[in-house]
Design a protein around this ligand. Structure first.
Ligand code: PBE
Length: 266
């Protein structure tokens, strides 16, 4: 008998997430760059992806998922990124805070805080792990804030409290984005804001900030992941600041799989 190819063992399927995610566009690029025309990328959601991963992992079955860091899955499972010699997924990415035009004039205190907002991957992972272990996201976020007063006060230092000004966040149900949005919502609430958090899909998230119907999004992954959105809405938003560096997207597999590179999928 001949050894089954990796493709055969996973039915030539890559488990993706929601269609508007930048990582899905990057995965289409990878299919093209590595000539993987026999493969399909299954769309779903972040939650469906992690459910499929858990199911396969528990049985030590092969699976290939679209993955990103920071993410709690790396704390829960032994996983590895497939090497990407073609660079379909870019390299070190950054998470940018993206605001609507005029935010600095209308809500200068919030703008000042958002400008200084930056934290480490371990911080975000801590919030995410606590949430996946059963805490409500806002509880996990508040616990992190309570343990990290110095980091939070570096963002709010010198900024005066406001009296019930309204600010609206848009976010996607990606666990990493849920974590950051909950933390910043609580920080701004503590500074006197009345915060609204609206969960949407990736395209509508960028559209809402670009057309001014929302104030801010915290999940602008640049320069590659959201390049298409940045180009589409050029001149219609403000890149307020970088909240995290050295983040990453790619294809992720359990370490028990005997495969190292996207090239091995051919
Ligand atoms: N992600 C998490 C998003 C950005 C944040 C990597 C799933 C995306 O692919 O667009």
């Amino acid at each position: 008998t001949t050894k089954e190819s990796i493709g055969e063992t996973v039915d030539y399927k890559i488990t993706g997430i929601d269609p508007g995610a930048g990582i899905m566009e990057a995965t289409d690029r990878a299919i093209n760059d590595y000539a993987l025309e026999d493969w399909t990328v299954v769309t779903g959601s972040g939650a469906a992806m992690t459910a499929a991963l858990k199911k396969a992992y528990d049985k030590e079955e092969p699976i290939i998922v679209t993955g990103w860091s920071p993410h709690w899955k790396f704390a829960k499972y032994d996983l590895k990124y497939l090497e990407d010699p073609e660079g379909s997924y870019g390299g070190a990415e950054e998470i940018h805070t993206i605001g609507r035009l005029g935010l600095g004039d209308d809500l200068p205190e919030a703008h000042a805080i958002l400008e200084k907002f930056n934290w480490e991957q371990e911080d975000m992972a801590e919030v995410m792990v606590e949430a996946i272990d059963g805490a409500k996201p806002e509880v996990a976020a508040q616990n992190w804030i309570d343990k990290n007063e110095e980091k939070v006060s570096a963002w709010t230092e010198g900024v005066e409290k406001v009296d019930g000004d309204k600010i609206k966040f848009v976010y996607v149900a990606w666990d990493s984005t849920v974590a950051s949005t909950n933390v910043m919502a609580l920080v701004l609430e503590d500074m006197g804001y009345e915060v609204e958090m609206l969960q949407v899909e990736a395209g509508p998230m960028w559209t809402a900030v670009a057309d001014g119907s929302a104030d801010v999004l915290l999940a602008g992954w640049l320069p590659i992941t959201h390049a298409t959105y940045v180009e589409k809405f050029e001149g219609k938003f403000e890149d307020i600041g970088t909240s995290m560096v050295d983040v990453k997207i790619g294809l992720v597999v359990p370490t028990y799989m005997d495969i190292d590179s996207i090239e091995d999928l051919k």
